[in-house]
Design a protein around this ligand. Structure first.
Ligand SMILES: *Cc1c(COP(=O)(O)O)cnc(C)c1O
Length: 474
């Protein structure tokens, strides 16, 4: 099945609606001539049925988590219960306006307040802002807070430490905030090299951004010592908490020594993502940093909720109004439904699934780091490369088995990386289906794998051309 562009379906004069002739006098346009376009817009002329069939066909070409297994490492593409969507559409939440008086939106304020409390409890932190719209936005907010913290103390520091296994958004946030990134090498176990860290840590370092578990899916076993090394020289510890579905109910970042943590509600806490929809990247901090959080914050006094605007050290607003409220409703509903035990089980299942896949494939695919993993595992396509098969070929071949490709070529420190995150919502059967496909691929002749995908509507695309010769206009 293929589908033309909607412009190619256009037939002159065809129309998707019919209206009666106007039977009242028309008025001169109120729009001044200088604001009017010179020519008619070039829009496709199609009937209603053309439009409906066109978009239905396009939707069937799309792969999504409601369709099948989606092991995209570092992305947590898990299944999200539909009930949360329904709850976020309740008119009590959708028919309020951010400018309404506080006493008329007590329920919404309560939801934000309690969501913040729950997230602080999960991460062992004291206060939180729900404003950031994504993980990267939370990072930027966090690094801005690191900057004002040092400024307030009268220091001017210029560097932030980041391990070489980090997510690309970390150095980007650091650079955007005007700091220099100093990369810390990983040791032979894929963890932060403490000797390197000690060498790099000095009084010009404002802090360190660390992902835990790191992007190799490994728990930073020396995390307490890492925090101590950075704190001793006056730096702050930032944890990239995008991968929190590995830790809930197991380890709290605030307890091991982190000062600032961002959450990805659209990964861990049940908002679907990947389609470019709204996200949410709340940022929690320890008490000493709470004065710098963006405003407003929600306060609770004698059972009444109100908005706090009176903190003179705040870094200011980083999103209009309060952030993406609908996402908060979904996260809140999810947390309340899961409860303490449920959340812990979520993390345990995420870890179990990843280790099951790791163990099942370790004889066929090279494992650069062999220790127990957390919510994801990273293989290298090194063995396959000797036969001329690249990680990209394996990813493409998986499409023929009805599986979404995993993350490839990331993290950068693993050559031919295949980064697999099954997530906790997958059953043993769907993990097995993936494992079987990977075993079959490992045993297939080179040309079959290199020629993949064979069964998809669109075969292998010229990705260089797609990037260099971008055609966005018909
Ligand atoms: C996804 C992710 C981010 C960025 O989150 P966005 O919401 O996409 O901006 C940052 N760090 C890690 C480790 C991630 O997995």
């Amino acid at each position: 099945m293929s589908e033309k562009l909607i412009f190619e379906l256009s037939k002159e004069g065809r129309c998707g609606f019919s209206l009666p002739e106007i039977d009242v006098p028309t008025k001169e346009s109120l729009i001044p001539d200088k604001y009017k376009r010179d020519s008619e817009p070039s829009l496709p002329e199609v009937s209603e049925v053309d439009v409906v069939r066109h978009f239905t066909k396009l939707s069937l070409l799309n792969y999504h988590v409601d369709f099948g297994f989606y092991p995209l490492g570092s992305c947590t593409m898990k299944y999200n219960p539909k009930i949360n969507e329904k709850l976020s559409r309740l008119s009590g939440f959708t028919a309020v306006h951010p400018h309404q008086l506080e006493e008329t939106v007590q329920g919404s304020l309560q939801l934000m307040y309690e969501l913040g409390e729950l997230l602080c409890e999960i991460a062992g932190l004291d206060e939180i802002t729900l404003q950031p719209a994504a993980g990267a936005h939370g990072e930027l907010t966090g690094v801005m807070i690191i900057r004002v913290y040092h400024k307030k103390k009268g220091h001017s520091r210029s560097k932030i430490l980041i391990p070489d296994s980090s997510h690309g958004t970390n150095p980007a946030s650091v650079t955007l905030s005007g700091y220099k990134t100093v990369q810390i090498k990983s040791d032979e176990n894929g963890l932060v090299d403490l000797v390197e860290l000690k060498k790099a840590m000095d009084e010009d370092v404002a802090g360190m951004m660390l992902t835990n578990p790191n992007t190799l899916g490994l728990f930073e076993t020396n995390v307490v010592e890492i925090c101590n090394i950075v704190h001793e020289k006056g730096g702050l510890m930032y944890m990239d908490g995008a991968n929190l579905n590995a830790l809930c109910g197991i380890s709290r970042p605030g307890d091991v020594g982190f000062d600032i943590v961002h959450f990805n509600l659209h990964k861990t806490f049940s908002t679907p993502h990947g389609g470019g929809g709204p996200g949410s990247g709340p940022l929690g901090v320890k008490k000493e940093l709470a004065q710098f959080l963006p405003l407003p914050l929600v306060r609770k006094d004698n059972g009444k909720y109100s908005l706090v605007y009176d903190r003179k050290d705040s870094i200011g607003k980083i999103h209009s109004f309060f952030g993406n409220f609908g996402v908060m409703v979904k996260a809140y509903a999810y947390l309340r439904m899961m409860g303490e035990e449920g959340l812990k089980e979520m993390s345990e299942c995420a870890i179990l699934n990843a280790n099951y896949i790791k163990k099942s494939l370790e004889n066929l695919y090279f494992l650069p780091y062999t220790q127990h993993c957390m919510h994801e595992c990273v293989f290298s396509g090194r063995n396959q490369k000797e036969k001329g098969i690249r990680a990209l070929d394996i990813a493409k071949r998986l499409l023929d088995f009805g599986v979404h490709a995993p993350t490839i070529y990331f993290p950068l420190i693993v050559p031919e990386a295949l980064m697999i995150e099954p997530t906790e919502t997958e059953s043993k059967e769907s993990c097995d289906q993936f494992i079987d496909a990977m075993i079959k691929i490992a045993k297939e002749p080179t040309d079959v794998v290199k020629g993949a995908p064979h069964s998809t509507v669109v075969k292998r695309l010229d990705e260089v051309k797609a990037a260099k010769d971008l055609k966005v206009k018909y």
